[in-house]
Write a protein that binds this ligand. Sequence first.
Ligand code: HEC
Ligand code: HEC
Length: 215
Amino acid sequence: MKIRELASALLAAILTVGVSTPGFAEDKAAEVPARELNAKTDYCKTCHGLSGQGFRGSFPMPRLAGQQPEYVKNQLQAFIDRRRTNPVMFNVSHVLSPAMLTALSTYFRELNPKPLGGAPRDSLAIGKKIYEEGVAAAEVPPCASCHGPDAKGADAFPRLAGQLHDYMIRKLTNWDKERGQDKANPDNSAIMQPIAHNLTEAQIKAVAAYLSYLE
Ligand code: HEC
Ligand code: HEC
């Protein structure tokens, strides 16, 4: 299969079998009092950074700033359902009311801090090429075909611009063990599975470093 055909087949797959979040767009503005929302987002920021820029603790806490609301909501639900395994985020998310979940999903979108940076700069050009052109020999479509030319994402496709490189390396390396863990209920993580699987360690490091500097 040619690389472009593969990309469009995958796109078609996400549109048909994608379980993203039916009706997300129609959700009413969440009815959560500002005081409650602020208290909750203050809590999120203790780990994800005061501007949602991410934080390096004993392990990397991902950037949430500028993230697509639909993607955020999908991930919170995936943590709750344990389709995405992470003990910290299960504890955080399973207590959220549906209205709070919706409010939190949109809250981080408007934040726009500078990327944290910190990635090695020796393979940024290789990373850019992978992002824009994919890896034809490994049947990896251009990342840009789904995550957007500027890596800002759209709807269920996450923003990757400015994401912590060490977080992305861990996610792409462990995709099979952490995402899509309820085999009876496949979700959007299936779209990324072959891509994460087919990238080499060096390619993952290069593309993650490149993305981590994008604003
Ligand atoms: C105690 C630390 C901690 C707190 C508090 C916390 N998070 Fe997290 N969060 C994490 C970690 C660690 C991860 C990465 C999980 C992984 O590696 O898969 C994460 C991941 C996420 C993700 C997935 C991001 C992505 O790019 O896929 C979302 C969304 C998220 N958190 C939202 C929230 C929200 C909203 C709150 C507040 C209600 C919150 N988090 C509070 C530690 C925390
Ligand atoms: C066919 C569409 C498609 C292509 C091509 C694609 N992705 Fe993705 N990617 C997705 C979707 C959809 C998700 C969200 C999956 C979910 O909701 O579980 C995702 C998630 C991710 C995540 C997790 C983000 C987070 O915050 O945890 C990373 C990292 C990622 N992609 C990197 C890449 C890279 C690097 C490439 C190119 C080598 C790429 N993707 C190509 C569709 C795609």
